[in-house]
Design a protein around this ligand. Structure first.
Ligand SMILES: [Zn+2]
Length: 166
């Protein structure tokens, strides 16, 4: 099964809808993006399940920040697309596609969680969904973002280790 078909099936299971345009964009990205793991984030309307905004992670070679995670990039893109935030409730969904074309664990790192917490009210977010495996999305509500443990992403932790050596 193609990865985009897996994604459509998974989204459908939870009542979310990936339009043809969004799928084309993901396919284009998967073809041209050379990163090992690809993360995609989606802001969806909680009532209709339709994608309002989406984007993927990016690594910058020479500028700071060195990488921007998909969830932060998508939220920033959404802000730049709208003049005011529509009053509809929204979910944020984050998925990870591994180099072997599998859907795998995409739980947000602590830095993204902080960013999401700071924008939760403003964006009228309801839940955060993240891929666990091919058939499951984990779900976090606002309280979970304060209660649960979140990891530093590998990029951040290796950079911290590098800093310690100097
Ligand atoms: Zn992150």
């Amino acid at each position: 099964m193609a990865i985009t078909d897996k994604l459509i099936t998974l989204f459908d299971k939870y009542g979310f809808e990936l339009s043809h345009n969004v799928i084309c964009d993901i396919e284009f990205n998967l073809m041209h993006n050379k990163y090992v793991n690809k993360h995609f984030a989606f802001i969806v309307d909680s009532k209709t399940g339709k994608v309002i905004c989406h984007d993927c992670n990016v690594y910058y070679k020479y500028s700071f920040p060195i990488s921007q995670h998909a969830e932060v990039k998508t939220i920033c893109k959404y802000y730049s697309n709208v003049r005011s935030i529509p009053r509809q409730k929204k979910h944020l969904i984050v998925v990870k596609i591994s180099k072997t074309g599998c859907l795998s664990n995409s739980k947000c790192c602590i830095n993204c969680v902080r960013f999401i917490r700071n924008n939760y009210e403003n964006l009228l977010l309801k839940n955060i969904y993240y891929s666990i495996d091919e058939e499951t999305l984990g779900c976090l509500n606002r309280d979970d973002l304060y209660r649960k443990d979140f990891c530093l992403s590998k990029g951040y932790s290796s950079r911290m280790l590098t800093n310690k050596k100097h």
